[in-house]
Structure formats: C-alpha cells, structure tokens
Design a protein around this ligand. Structure first.
Ligand SMILES: Nc1ncnc2c1ncn2[C@@H]1O[C@H](COP(=O)(O)OP(=O)(O)O)[C@@H](O)[C@H]1O
Ligand SMILES: [Mg+2]
Length: 197
C-alpha cells in the first residue's frame, strides 16, 4: 500500500522553544496509526500541522499527495476528517440539525445522516437536543460529524481521553469497523492500550 502521510525531519518552534524535533514517520493507506506520547510531547501540534491548522518550522510533510502549502484549501479539507478538542456541536440544536449543517458545509447528501448515526449506534438520538446527551454520546456524534463526508483519512486527537470505558469501547469498535471499510486512521493517545487498537 502506498504512503498516505509522509513526514520527514519535521520541526516546530513556538518562539524560541522547539517542541517538535526532527520527527520522521509515514502512514500507509488502510493503516490505523497511533501516535503515542505523554502530555506536552507535541501530539496535538503534529495533528494541527498535518491538517493545515499550524505551519511547520522545517521539514517535509505531505498528506494524501497534497503538500503542506495546499493544506488550507477546501479541496484538501473535503478529503480528511478531524476529531479534536476544537470539534464542537451546537448544543441547542438537535443531533439531526447539527449533522444537516455539516452536510451542507461539506456538500454531502443529508440522506447519509441515518446511516452515519447507525455506525456510531446512536440512531435513537436523532431528534434529541445535543445539550441533553452524555459526554460519551456527544463524542460519538462528533465522530459521526467528522465522517459524514466519507473522508479517506481521519485524524483523531485523543478521541477517548475523557470518556468512561464503555464509551471508549463504542468509539474503538466504530473505528475498527471504519478501518475495515478502508478508511485510514491517524490517532494520538497517551494510553498504551489505545495505541495497540
Ligand atoms: N500555540 C502554542 N504556542 C506556544 N506553545 C505551544 C502552543 N501549542 C502548544 N505549545 C507547546 O508545545 C508543546 C506540545 O504541546 P501539544 O502539541 O499540545 O502536546 P500534546 O498534544 O502531546 O499534549 C507543549 O509544551 C505546549 O505548551
Ligand atoms: Mg494534545
């Protein structure tokens, strides 16, 4: 399988502080790649660089054959999915209305919503207001949101870090199924067990 992500000699400085020091790795198409490291080791920074949210200081980065210069284009963004701390839902809207908005944003047919909710096993929440859902349920809806446009590659920044074991298990099962269907998964974690998903 070909490399879907290539990172060579990546470096990132914030002011005078170098937080990423010459990191090199690649991710093959179809892989589940777990980036394991303690808090503060630069995992979120790496995801932000790979998704165009932050500029690198030095090194070479390509994702899905796009060079880092192209990461801010909407075409690149329509090919990836992101679940991070910055991902959010409109608390006062229903799950359905939230997902409908994201379908519009990504030019995705809204008839995908049902199937997507089935994937995360939350079909029954479709007409519920988001503020009434548990944290674990919200995270699964965020996963559905990150996947609604069927990206080939998804980035997940500590997707289960604040969840109870049962909710984490739901997320892991969803990710494994997704991967079996061909989606490449890049996830960060500080949890050894999750790294061996
Ligand atoms: N925007 C920023 N400005 C300055 N320093 C930052 C910024 N973002 C992250 N850092 C620093 O970079 C280091 C790595 O952070 P981060 O990528 O969030 O690590 P992790 O996700 O592994 O916990 C930390 O020391 C953090 O304080
Ligand atoms: Mg982080």
């Amino acid at each position: 399988m070909k490399n879907i992500i290539e990172v060579k000699g990546l470096r990132k400085k914030f002011g005078l502080e170098t937080v990423i020091k010459d990191v090199t790795f690649h991710v093959k198409q179809g892989e589940i790649f777990g980036l394991l490291g303690p808090s503060g080791s630069g995992k979120t920074t790496i995801i932000k660089i790979l998704t165009g949210e932050l500029a690198k200081t030095a090194g070479e980065v390509s994702v899905l054959d796009f060079s880092s210069k192209e990461f801010r284009t909407s075409y690149f963004r329509s090919n990836i999915g992101i679940l991070s701390d910055n991902s959010a839902l409109y608390e006062r809207l229903t799950v359905n209305d939230n997902l409908k908005l994201f379908c519009k944003l990504y030019n995705t047919p809204i008839d995908r919503i049902n199937g997507m909710l089935r994937e995360v096993q939350l079909e029954e929440t479709r007409e519920k207001v988001v503020s009434k859902l548990s944290k674990g349920m919200k995270q699964r809806i965020l996963l559905a949101k990150a996947l609604i446009h069927k990206p080939d590659l998804i980035f997940l920044d500590e997707p289960t870090s604040a969840l109870d074991p049962a909710s984490a298990d739901h997320i892991h099962k969803g990710l494994q199924k997704l991967n079996e269907e061909g989606t490449t998964i890049f996830l960060t974690t500080h949890n050894m067990e999750e790294a061996t998903l």
